[in-house]
Design a protein around this ligand. Structure first.
Ligand code: SAM
Ligand code: DTB
Ligand code: SF4
Length: 313
């Protein structure tokens, strides 16, 4: 059976049978009570030359996000220390760049990576496209993971982004893996893609070699002024289904219930945790959009008997 057939068979299962299977796989490979908290920081915001249809930071759309230049090293260090103090074990820095360019800005990011690594948290960046040499330099600075999402299927990708190709994404992911940095790679649901596109996305992710260490499942956050600002509502059970399929196809990965949790009820999130989600973004802001606050997530984890302190970096 091909990876694609396997993913289709999972998506065709009755939802609760799928969740039951995923929960078994999850329990065989992970402590089911452990949920990692990952904090995001936008270190360079807006004004991005790419035209990703979902994104508040693209210069092609009239979104309400004000551009901000690359942050100071000290500001980032302080944010990282605060995140570690509030219990995060992973810290991810995002930049609204098409690609990394060598020079003073990249040198500053390398310093930020060194500072975050010194806190003991896992250090992740998402900076756009990378060359092999840039990946090596990030690794030498202490980077443990790099986020670069495939977002959707190859077939649907061109409907969402025109300024780069799926091949470009795969090439960067290769460069990251070759530098022995963990790959964080996932996608977005709710952009008008079909079931088939979701199956393709999951099977492509599972076919990456090595499989991603971390798989963020994002539900589209609709941002006014972007081409997807008025996209149709997403059925929360489709998020649960994608989490469950990711868990079964990539048993060892950290599956992150990523953007879009404000639109998910506590009950839908509980089902996603049962289906194998074991990481969340923690803190009241994602990169530019709101996320549940720390208090509300701490209360949710407690109500569900989940324990973020069990998730070691
Ligand atoms: N510029 C870099 C890039 O595109 O790779 C890094 C930052 S970009 C904001 C990181 C990821 O966030 C995107 O690949 C996309 O999957 C996700 N994302 C961006 N906007 C989103 C939105 N409105 N809703 C859900 N996910 C989103
Ligand atoms: C990922 O898959 N989701 C995060 C992280 N990787 C970088 C980003 C979500 C962004 C949501 C929209 C925003 O806040 O701008
Ligand atoms: Fe730029 Fe990344 Fe947003 Fe695309 S997703 S517009 S590359 S910041």
């Amino acid at each position: 059976m091909t990876a694609h057939d396997r993913a289709r068979a999972l998506f065709d299962m009755p939802l609760l049978d799928l969740v039951f299977e995923a929960a078994k796989v999850h329990r065989a490979h992970h402590d089911p009570r452990a949920v990692q908290r990952c904090t995001l920081l936008s270190i360079k915001t807006g004004g991005c030359p790419e035209d990703c249809g979902y994104c508040s930071q693209s210069a092609h759309h009239a979104s309400p996000v004000a551009p901000e230049p690359l942050m100071d090293r000290d500001t980032v260090r302080a944010a990282a220390r605060a995140a570690a103090a509030s219990g995060a074990t992973r810290f991810c820095m995002g930049a609204a760049w098409r690609e990394v360019k060598d020079g003073p800005a990249f040198d500053r990011v390398l310093d930020m990576v060194r500072d975050v690594a010194a806190t003991g948290m896992e250090v992740c960046c998402t900076l756009g496209m990378l060359t092999k040499d840039q990946a090596r330099r990030l690794r030498e600075a202490g980077l443990t993971a790099y986020n670069h999402n495939l977002d959707t299927s190859e077939a649907f990708y061109g409907e969402i982004v025109s300024t780069r190709t799926y091949r470009d994404r795969l090439d960067t992911i290769r460069n990251v893996a070759d530098a022995r940095i963990s790959v964080c790679c996932g996608g977005i649901l709710g952009m008008g893609e079909s079931r088939e596109d979701r199956i393709d996305l999951l099977s492509t992710l599972a076919s990456l070699d090595p499989q991603p260490e971390s798989v963020p499942i994002n539900a589209l956050v609709r941002v006014k002024g972007t081409p997807l600002g008025e996209a149709a509502d997403l059925d929360p059970f489709e998020v649960v289904r994608a989490v469950a399929a990711a868990r079964i196809l990539m048993p060892r990965a950290r599956v992150r219930l990523a953007a879009g949790r404000l639109a998910l009820s506590a009950e839908a999130q509980a089902l996603a945790f049962l289906a194998g989600a074991n990481s969340i973004f923690f803190g009241e802001k994602l990169l530019t959009t709101p996320n549940p606050g720390e208090d509300s997530d701490t209360a949710l984890l407690e109500r569900l008997g989940l324990d973020a302190t069990l998730a070691r970096a």
